[in-house]
Design a protein around this ligand. Structure first.
Ligand code: NDP
Length: 280
């Protein structure tokens, strides 16, 4: 039976380090969180981010804008926050109203205040192994792998999903550890080759958002499995991997919920403190 890779204890350890770093800063770090319009989903995120920020000694400044804010007005607002020296990091809550393009907006955040690590300048630094601010979910996966004790050197790592926030940055971070990285995606599935790639994974990372996509019987004996996916099935939250069958074959596996999730916000706060350090 696989060892459970739970995010919470790892997050608690990292938070301890963050608290110590915050104490060493001249000023309390400030995170500006932009929310456009009302949305129950993002309100829940904001609530949990506020609580964690408070616990870490970080000031969380919620910037509520009306639902009919235009792209031009949002850009102007972001530029004001860029110029505000008391603000160390800026995030834009999702979802945004249909008239606003998130990708376009996020590029107006100064790279040194981009605590989600999604500005092209920050993504580009990953290629050179020089990134100090990493996309939060990719960073969370790297922390879980680190905690699993896996030696990634020369290991067969298969990532399923090639999104900009997870699969693509992770592939670069893992290359830096000298893993042999395969990135599978929708094209792999359509070519009928997903199973064959998953079967040879010594480390498997899945970030798709489709419950049961990865069959338990495909998991290689002794593999390490990181399931990033979150899917609501009836009343339950499940990942992309068939957990019960997979845990019988894997040596370590993340639960959903409770694996990657608890670490993601912690990574956001770590990025904020890193940004504050760079700015001060
Ligand atoms: P995206 O929708 O941006 O990316 C999903 C990826 O999966 C795409 O590369 C897509 O390819 C690929 N894909 C779709 N269908 C298949 C298939 N049948 N076989 C193989 N690949 C496929 O999602 P995100 O990366 O944003 O998120 C992925 C999952 O992770 C979601 O469930 C999300 O909720 C969860 N998540 C969890 C977080 C956490 O903190 N735990 C944080 C962030 C995300 P294409 O685009 O070409 O169709």
């Amino acid at each position: 039976m696989a060892r459970l890779l739970e995010g919470k204890p790892i997050a608690e350890k990292i938070k301890e380090g963050i608290r110590q770093e915050v104490e060493l800063l001249k000023n309390k770090p400030v995170l500006a969180s932009i929310m456009v319009g009302e949305n129950a989903g993002s309100a829940t995120y904001v609530k949990s981010q506020t609580k964690i920020a408070q616990d870490l000694g970080i000031e969380y400044r919620l910037q509520q804008l009306s639902g009919d804010t235009s792209e031009a007005a949002l850009i102007e607002f972001i530029q004001k926050l860029n110029a505000d020296r008391s603000v160390n990091g800026i995030i834009i809550q999702m979802p945004l109203p249909a008239a606003i393009d998130y990708k376009k907006m996020s590029q107006f955040i100064l790279p040194e205040k981009d605590v989600e690590g999604m500005h092209p300048a920050n993504i580009g630094k990953i290629v050179f192994g020089k990134a100090k601010i990493l996309p939060c979910t990719a960073a969370a996966v790297m922390e879980l792998l680190n905690a699993s004790g896996a030696d990634l050197y020369g290991r067969e790592v298969v990532i399923v999903g090639h999104s900009e926030i997870v699969g693509k940055p992770l592939s670069l971070l893992l290359l830096d550890k000298f893993a042999t990285v395969t990135v599978a995606h929708i094209g792999t599935s359509k070519a009928g080759k997903l199973e064959e790639h998953v079967r040879r994974a010594e480390v498997l990372i899945v970030a798709v958002g489709k419950a049961g996509l990865i069959k338990g019987e495909w998991i290689k004996e002794g593999a390490i499995v990181i399931d990033v996916g979150i899917n609501r099935v009836g009343e339950k939250l499940v990942g992309d991997v068939e957990f019960e069958a997979a845990e019988k074959r894997a040596s370590a596996i993340t639960p959903v919920p409770g694996g990657v999730g608890p670490l993601t916000v912690t990574m956001l706060m770590r990025n904020l403190v890193e940004a504050a350090k760079l700015q001060q």
